[in-house]
Design a protein around this ligand. Sequence first.
Ligand code: PAF
Length: 276
Amino acid sequence: MQVLNTIDAVREWRAGSESVGLVPTMGNLHAGHLALVAAARERCDRVIASIFVNPLQFGPNEDLATYPRTFDADRAALAHAGADAVFVPSVDEMYPEGGSATTVDVSGITEMLCGRSRPGHFRGVATVVNKLFNIVQPDAAFFGEKDYQQLAVIKRMVADLCMDVAVEGVPTVRDADGLAYSSRNNYLDNAQRRQALALSAAIADVVERLAAGQRDFRALEARGWAQLVDGGFDPDYFEIRAADLGPAERDTSSFRVLAAGHLGRTRLIDNMGVSV
Ligand code: PAF
């Protein structure tokens, strides 16, 4: 597997007519990321992952400085998973002017859910993903459904800007006990790791009730919120939405239940879908 550190090197690697799949990551790879590589491997002739902890998507009080950086293990995992190349640019390579005067704002779906407590986060994500698309020129790009709102934002950006990239969502990978894989799980101590299960459990409980026909959305959201509090979380949101993140209605046929909350200083998110 080739390790590429510059935009020029990626463009040279990209040349040719074979299809290319891109797996954008911030590193500290886990089974969720490797499922993205597997999906890309299945669909494309060549697979490139990127590892870049993107400063533009972190707020001033967030974990940019402490975000886990584990390049040697990531490189080994990607090679084992069958990636052909990994793009690992420096901050200077991506933002030579120190930032980006040009940014991408996807309005409408970025102000809700995670966007409410992380203003500017999705601008940072959309901007860096746009740059990665311009650099790699992938035929397809692969994102986890664990970051469901991020996936929706990227799909919307690609549609609105007529970008020639197929955006593929890959189902969330969970540990045996139900906790979704996340790099931020590494921040949890043993007690918090046990408490973290309340997140997937509360969402699964509400999904089950929706599947059984319950439609009192506000009461179900309050129930999910209370389960998070009982489990030790400081909840950020617990919401039932339509699969496209529009409002849930009584006749909605595909729901998404999304939640976020803090355990100590660690913010975790998760979501599940249900079609009825
Ligand atoms: O999901 C992530 O790891 C990041 O938000 C992404 C898509 C790599 C952009 O920095």
